[in-house]
Design a protein around this ligand. Structure first.
Ligand SMILES: O=C[C@H](O)[C@H](O)[C@H](O)COP(=O)(O)O
Length: 218
């Protein structure tokens, strides 16, 4: 099976976690896009969605699925999204598409977080994928210098602005042994909006697409 076929497999499997008659949180990226396409097939069964990016909101609306502002809903039953890396503790690196901050907000507002990914995303130690950090533009150099002190190699994501009007520093050279501690340390740097580590709030379920089918980790 190709990587795209594995992604579709987990996107289909995630439909099992959709709670009828509720608001569904929807993530961002190629895997989340496939989930949106599957969600469209049962759109009459849900009350609507909250999207973690402008791009996902547009795709949802294109399918005729209602999209609400998070402030306009009482709660989200389940959040479905992809990841750039996942470990066996269901801690994640996200933000390859730059949507990390809104993804973290929607995940925090959701009762359950179902992560969907092909098996290439499962790693022993997080950090081979450069860790995205969303930064207020005027703090770019300040934050970059602090990240260097922590042992990372920050690289400005070129020609990219987040949905929130900020920049992304992709941090290379991290071997993340203490994910919760690093997530907190980076978030405490003045000028950082948030970083792409989902360790304080890991996924509740990881649906992994493998050649042998969908592997469920929880
Ligand atoms: O900002 C983007 C998100 O965190 C994505 O969920 C992540 O980059 C994975 O994307 P994909 O499903 O395209 O590999």
């Amino acid at each position: 099976m190709t990587q795209d076929e594995l992604k579709r497999l987990v996107a289909q499997a995630a439909i099992e976690y959709v709670v009828p008659g509720t608001i569904i949180g929807v993530g961002t990226g190629s895997t989340a896009n496939l989930f949106i396409d599957e969600l469209a097939k049962i759109k009459g069964k849900i009350d609507g969605t909250v999207a973690s990016s402008v791009a996902s909101a547009e795709r949802l609306k294109g399918h005729g699925i209602p999209v609400y502002d998070l402030n306009a809903v009482d709660g989200i039953s389940v959040y479905v999204d992809g990841a750039d890396e996942a470990n066996e503790h269901l801690q994640l690196i996200k933000g390859g598409g730059g949507a990390l901050t809104r993804e973290k907000i929607v995940a925090a507002a959701s009762k359950k977080f179902v992560c969907i990914a092909d098996e290439s995303k499962l790693v022993g130690v997080l950090g081979a994928f450069p860790l995205p950090v969303e930064v207020i533009p005027m703090a770019r150099s300040l934050v970059a210098r602090e990240i260097v002190k922590l042992g990372g190699e920050p690289e400005l994501r070129q020609d990219f602005t987040t949905d929130n009007g900020n920049i992304i520093l992709d941090v290379h050279n991290l071997e993340i042994m203490e994910a919760v501690k690093l997530e907190q340390t980076l978030n405490n740097l003045t000028g950082v909006v948030t970083n792409g580590l989902f360790a304080m709030r890991p996924a509740d379920v990881l649906l992994l697409g493998t050649k042998d089918g969908v592997k469920t980790m929880e």
